[in-house]
Write a protein that binds this ligand. Structure first.
Ligand code: NCD
Length: 314
């Protein structure tokens, strides 16, 4: 099994922005392999990484990402250490860095980290023996989410070539949007971004990325509509406290979805706020919604990412 791992040439998974296309393809191919495998063999469990240890260190709230990393690590045959911020020595004044050093001293092979500190994981990565996987760093990046999103698109459409992809919501504070824009751009696609002006600022987009306030226009004939939650926890004053006004312009209901291509898929990284950015009938739509497929595809994607870094651990 180990011999089949496509070559992944860096020690960590820190972000999509600085990841080579070769590494991206290697991870996506391997994720596709595992997704196929899990479909035919739901109880699949590899013994290849028996004795390797993955530490899940989530300093911010998470349901699907944390459990999906745990499920992925267990599927690979790894041991898993889970860390609960609320019951940890952080509560006694221990710093974030001391916590990481403490856990690293227990010699996990990979540390999966979610933190509200944006853009600092690359500096930290060199301090530890363990490989680092970014499970969301503030408003910066969420690379494994973008990879699982592309896997979901590829499993539905077989290819990403020529697809019209619209990403709508709180672009400004969304690490999911950021990683997806970088990833889609590297794959030769320019998604259309939709957000109210105050939630759309971003100065560092690659060339060709546009942002509009006109959702009705942008969604026309879209193949993929990706909705985002308003990241209220990252906004000083809740810009979207007026849910009705926000929904009228930026919410996805059946009527608006009708403007997209008939085969359009609806994506959302979760957690959903039903009624704020998406109606329940659209979120649960048996034909259009792939929201739970995204959750399922998180496991093979994270198996691919974990395996890639475990292979390179000294
Ligand atoms: C997202 C996150 O935490 O960045 N969720 C996820 O990981 N699936 C998006 C969000 O919190 O809105």
């Amino acid at each position: 099994m180990k011999g089949q791992i496509p070559s992944y040439h860096t020690r960590h998974v820190l972000g999509i922005k600085d990841m080579s296309l070769e590494n991206i393809q290697a991870l996506l191919d391997r994720a596709m392999f595992y997704a196929d495998r899990l479909e035919v063999e739901p109880r699949y469990k590899s013994g290849a990484w028996h004795g390797s240890c993955v530490a899940n260190l989530f300093f911010e709230a998470s349901t699907r990402t944390r459990l999906s990393f745990e499920r992925a690590a267990l599927r690979l045959g790894c041991d898993v250490l889970n860390f609960d911020t609320h019951a940890s020595s952080l509560k006694k004044g221990e710093t974030f860095l001391d916590t990481l050093h403490t856990i690293n001293a227990m010699r996990p092979d990979a540390m999966v980290i979610r933190t509200d500190l944006a853009g600092h994981l690359a500096d930290l990565a060199n301090l530890f023996r363990a490989a680092i996987i970014n499970a969301g760093d503030g408003i910066n990046e969420h690379p494994t989410q973008a990879l699982l999103d592309i896997l979901t698109i590829k499993r539905r459409f077989k290819t990403t070539d020529g697809l019209k992809i619209v990403i709508c919501g709180d672009i400004k504070h969304s690490r999911v949007a950021r990683s997806n824009v970088y990833l889609l751009h590297k794959l030769g696609l320019n998604p259309v971004l939709v957000a109210p002006q105050e939630l759309s600022e971003h100065t560092n987009w690659p060339d060709g990325i546009t942002c509009t306030e006109n959702f009705d226009e942008a969604i026309r004939q879209a193949d993929v509509v990706m909705m985002l939650r308003i990241q209220a926890e990252r906004i000083d004053k809740n810009l979207a406290s007026d849910h009705d006004t926000y929904f009228k312009r930026y919410g996805l209901n059946a009527k608006r979805l009708h403007l997209a291509a008939p085969h359009a898929i609806v994506m959302h990284p979760g957690p959903l706020n039903r009624g704020t950015e998406i109606t329940a009938d659209v979120a649960d739509h048996p034909k259009h919604s792939v929201i739970l497929d995204q959750v399922r595809n998180g496991i093979p994607t994270r198996m691919a990412c974990l395996e890639a870094v475990l292979e390179n651990v000294r």
